[in-house]
Design a binder for this molecule. Structure first.
Ligand code: GSH
Length: 219
């Protein structure tokens, strides 16, 4: 059975959502970020990203990670591409061309969007949104997101989803990366197609189920 190492309040949320979409059974092993543990090295610390037991699975010391049979993988977005390919169905590419486009949007999410959306999350997580430095950081991130969001807005002008006119792993991956920027309502207000698209993705039962579990986890 598929094992997902991580917590819902982390990038593992993408993999929990994906497993829910695919309807595949999985076991979740809670591994928390070391930064959220008082003394991650202590013997009574919960399993965390710096625990020797977890470093043996992912020497990068990061969640999420999966074990599927003999396969061990890290990198949340690649894990979702793997799960789509393995379990098939409408979430995966039907042709090599579709698969190429799903990889393209996923890499684009990771390289052109995530650095700025994560910068936003960090500012809010550290309660810096009202400080001068925080406000400046938000302005920079929003500025950097304008080009990719403009490109996405154009792409979604005549279609509801990124690839093949149906919800796929590409939408899931990008929606999860962009979720981190949803604090910035003005950014989405000025990109109405993007706003409608992310709301469409987030109205899916598997997304709501993932969020319901996530909201029960301690902050
Ligand atoms: N590129 C990696 C990034 C993984 C990552 O940064 N994970 C964070 C949690 S969201 C983490 O484990 N940080 C280690 C820590 O805080 O100790 C992925 O997408 O899986």
């Amino acid at each position: 059975m598929l094992t997902i190492y991580g917590v819902y309040r982390s990038r593992a949320s993408r993999n929990y959502w994906m497993a829910g979409e695919l309807g595949i059974p999985f076991k979740s092993v809670p591994v928390i970020q070391s930064g959220r543990v008082d003394n991650p090295a202590s013997t009574d610390a919960p399993l965390n990203t710096k625990s020797a037991e977890f470093l043996a699975i992912n020497p990068m010391g990061m969640i999420p990670c999966i074990k599927d049979g003999d396969l061990i993988m890290h990198e949340s977005l690649a894990i979702n591409l793997y799960l789509a390919r393995k379990h098939g169905g409408p979430l995966a590419g039907e042709t090599v061309e579709e698969e190429g486009l799903m990889s393209m949007w996923t890499m684009w999410a990771a390289t052109e969007v995530e650095p700025y959306s994560v910068a936003l999350v960090r500012i809010y997580d550290n309660a810096q949104e009202n400080s001068e430095a925080g406000k400046a950081g938000i302005a920079v991130a929003c500025r950097r997101l304008k080009l990719p969001l403009g490109v996405l807005e154009q792409h979604l002008r005549n279609q509801d989803y990124l690839v093949g006119n149906r919800f796929t792993v590409a939408d899931l991956n990008l929606a999860e990366v962009l979720r981190y920027a949803q604090t910035e309502q003005a950014l989405f207000g000025s990109h109405p197609k993007v706003k409608a698209w992310i709301e469409r993705c987030q109205s899916r039962p598997a997304y709501k189920a993932m969020q319901a579990t996530r909201s029960q986890e301690p902050i």
